[in-house]
Design a protein around this ligand. Sequence first.
Ligand code: ACM
Ligand code: ZN
Length: 652
Amino acid sequence: MNCISKLALTAAATAAIMASAPVSVLADVASGHDIIPRPTKITEGKGVFHPAADMSNVKTRITGKGDPESYLLDITPKKATITAADSAGLYYGIQTLLALSEAGGADGIACATIEDTPRFPYRGLHFDVSRHFRPVEFLKKQIDAMAALKLNTMHLHLTDGAGWRFEVKKYPRLQEYAAWRPEREWREWAKNGARYCETDTPGAYGGYYTHEEMRDLVDYAARHHITVIPEIEMPGHSDEVVAAYPELSCNGKGGDLCPGKEATFKFLEEVLDETMEVFPSELIHIGGDEASKHAWKDCPDCKHRMQEEGLKDVDELQSYLIKRIERYVNAKGRRIIGWDEILEGGVAPNAAVMSWRGTEAGIKSVNSGHDVVMTPGNFCYFDFTQDAPFREPASIGNYTPLEKVYSYEPVEDGVDPDMAAKHLKGVQGNLWTEYVTDDSHAEYMYYPRAYAIAEIGWSTPEKDYADFHRRSLAKNEQMKTKGYNVFDLADEFGERPESLKPVNHLAKGAKVIYNTPWWDKYEASGDKTLTDGMYGGWSHGDPRWQGFLGKNVDIIVDLGEVKPIRYAGGSYMHSAGPGIQLPEYVTISVSDNGEDFTEVAKIYSDVATDYPTILMKEFGAPLDTRARFVRFNAKGSRVPSSCTFVDELIVN
Ligand code: ACM
Ligand code: ZN
């Protein structure tokens, strides 16, 4: 058995943990086996076990039989015995023992027999080290936390417009130039033209990992039974590559590589050679998301490629690139994984898919026999704020508290169960870091939400949020003693209070006439949305807020008959991340016939357009009138590319 050294290492960790466990906080859960992720089956025994500091009263055995990563942990007053199918199972048995001893503190561990098997083989966290470079020590610290949560995959987003982070010996401008920028804050950098600078420019911000550093990280991760999957973005999100090597783009501008040019393939293959040399993972992430494809339409090389290969549109051109890269990667004995855009124009035959824009792509891919990792934005994106925005650091918008992440069930309706058993590989939490400059802020965004990913990925699907919440509070205290900056779950404010209970008003259930059509991406519940008696919550993505792209949002509420009106108001959202702006002003007018309107109020915004986070403002006014029709005409903000979100329209 080759696990002796791991066991010895863990024994040292146990001793340290035992010395530092905050007994007072954890005493009430001492015998409850309250750990995350929840084990598959616990049969309570009699008595209490105290692990020796050197773990000499822990016996281990690998049988070579049974499900991968699974283990049986038998705890009696005299000894604990871990019987595992493989070394990963043994490792997780030890993690459980450590977690139980940490939870039990000085009270020890209540005797029990624990049978435990992961639900999914892929349980991941994603690290966006492009937007902000993070030291290897930070990544190792997160590996420690991941291992204790039985997470087994670290997805490293190494390349993106904000900086290239992996040394490529054949293309040194990537690390000399594309890895550095003049501004530290991502928003300031973007506002100043998103430029790069030479390594030795005074104040240059950024960095990259050498091969040696990444080999060391991969080795450290492997000792924690974690696979590091590198991501090399293509063909979009490649502004930094285009800046360093403009000849790889269609016209020297933009963020897309040119799939018409052979130089692009030579570049990608040589970069992937070095990537695969350093990262031994079977899966290599090739990005594939959000290519604009604009320049491809007018590029002679792209047009020539499309003609030569019989490709009917730019989606098929992207698919040509991905399929060709897949053949290259497969020939080296590896497989590609990409964001769900790789389905557009035809998916590469052996590709695995990361479903992020929703769940449809994941469902479709599983059913057609592709391996899938579910990471739908609405549940698994940790860049969204986790509490009331007025108490949280600026974020990209939206609202994804712990409970929302925990509620996610990866085996979606519409997935063929037999195909899911084979191809639905698991789940991942993603943290995009445009708004997350500091390492400690990143930890704050990961924890406790990563606990939920761990539990979804490992435990059986039954949900009990109250129980999970209680275990998360205890886990948070343990994480704090180890120096992690976690979100203070004990002090959570929660969802927008106004959105939690129905509001009764004169226009509730009234017909709504749209002079401005809603944005089909944010239709909410169509023409019922604005008078359903429910305010939207903190998240513009919740199905109550209705979005509009127009510069004027002109909506009429029909009360059915002329009624006395004492108040009218519309509630609008400001959210800096997604570019949602309050109206400059809202004009309210009334009519008896729906054609001749009289203006009765005009309410101006008093919120600065650069307000950094999220807020809701009701543009309303007391009235003393009678009418059947009430019109809310919102003059959209002058901020370029902004949009308008509304819910609800109130009349009283
Ligand atoms: C993504 O969030 N663009 C994968
Ligand atoms: Zn081109």
